[in-house]
Each structure stands twice: as C-alpha cells, then as structure tokens.
Design a protein. Structure first.
Length: 222
C-alpha cells in the first residue's frame, strides 16, 4: 500500500470520524479507552516520582494527557453522552493517581520528621488564576521544597517548624497530611476507573452510538 493511499484513507477517516467503525467495534473501543486510561495512569505515577524533575517533564506530561483526552473525545463523536461517560473516570485518574501514589508510598514507608522552613516562594498558577506558595524545608539529612500544602502559605515565615511525612528514599515528595491513603485504596480506585473507561469505550463504537443505526438486514432465505 502506497503512502498516498494511506494518507487518503486517513483523511477520509478524520473527515468523517463518526462513521468509522472497525470489524469488532466493541473490542476496539474498549481497548482504545483502556490504553488511554493506562497511559494517563502511567503519567500520573511518573509525575509523582519526578516531583523535582526538570521543566520538560511537566511539558511532556501535559502533552500526553492532552493527546489522550482529545483522542477520547474524538472516539466519542458524535455522542456527547458517551464523552461524559469517558471523561468522568478519566478526570478521576488525573486527580487521583499522582496524589494517591505519593500518599500510598508515604503510608507504606513514610516517617514523621520535624521540618524547619528556611525560604518561602510564590508562583502563579494559570489553571486557577492565583498563586501557589512553596516552602524550602530543612529536615535531618536533606532539604527539599514543599508546594501546595496547608502548612505553607501566605503567613508562613522562615524559621517556622512543623511535622511532615517524608519518604526516606525520596521517591515521592513529602506531605503534611496525617492520614494518607494506602495502596489497596489506590489500586481499587484505579482499576474501577479503568473498567468504567473500558466499558464506556466499548459502547461508543456501536453503530447506533456513532450515528450509523442498525445494520441493514440481508435477504431472507426460503
């Protein structure tokens, strides 16, 4: 098959996304939604691990997540009901996985230590149009930054001291939460969201959901 033929077929599929239907639509829809959910889950775990990573890590995270969301929306055309059914567990994964993975690691092997604030910074948060405060904290043996915490805000000053929960191996960022969630809760919630996404993805690829209606009946045999 030549490159021009592939380009032509791809152009037709993109020009009429609601008409595309594979041979096994339910299976394909379930696999596409499940792969998208798995990619978002993996990005969330990676984001929690790379908490002090370079700026391009956050850019790559945003690109992958945005691409998956746009792909899911394209998968749902023309049914917005199916788009909502896919976006709800997708947004749950976006919010739950990064926080949940960090919290689960801290619940598993975290240690309570006394931290001292040595520096306070603020940065703008375009997503909400406000500012976020970060505190550089000194703990026995290391120093790190703590962002978006109840213990670090407008009234925090260098010299303040409070308890934090940190990972002794520094896999994830420290937290001031005293009640982290565990891996059983994280795994159960993630699996439930992936199952819901897979089921919703399967339903989006049926002919009735994509505006194709029921397939025409063949001629009856005598």
């Amino acid at each position: 098959m030549s490159a021009s033929t592939v380009t032509e077929r791809l152009g037709k599929a993109l020009s009429r996304p609601g008409r595309w239907s594979p041979r096994r639509p339910r299976l394909v829809g379930a696999i596409l939604a499940l792969c998208s959910g798995a990619a978002i889950t993996g990005c969330g775990v990676l984001g929690a691990i790379m908490h002090d990573g370079p700026w391009f890590v956050a850019v790559g995270y945003a690109v992958v997540v945005t691409g998956n969301i746009l792909g899911l929306i394209a998968l749902c055309i023309p049914s917005w009901k199916h788009a909502v059914a896919l976006m709800v567990p997708c947004l749950f994964l976006l919010a739950m996985v990064p926080y949940g993975f960090r919290s689960a690691v801290l619940d598993w092997r975290g240690e309570q230590v006394r931290a001292t604030v040595t520096e306070v910074k603020q940065r703008r948060t375009p997503r909400v149009g406000g500012v976020d405060y970060g505190c550089k904290i000194e703990t026995p043996g290391r120093s790190s930054w703590l962002w978006d915490s109840d213990q670090c805000g407008r009234n925090t000053r260098p010299g303040d001291r409070y308890e934090i929960l940190r990972d002794p191996h520094d896999l994830v960022a420290a937290s001031t939460s005293s009640r982290p969630i565990g891996f059983p809760v994280l795994v159960a919630g993630t699996c439930a969201a992936l199952i819901l996404m897979s089921a919703a993805g399967a339903s989006t690829m049926t002919p009735s959901a994509r505006g194709g209606g029921a397939p025409p009946a063949g001629p009856r045999r005598a």
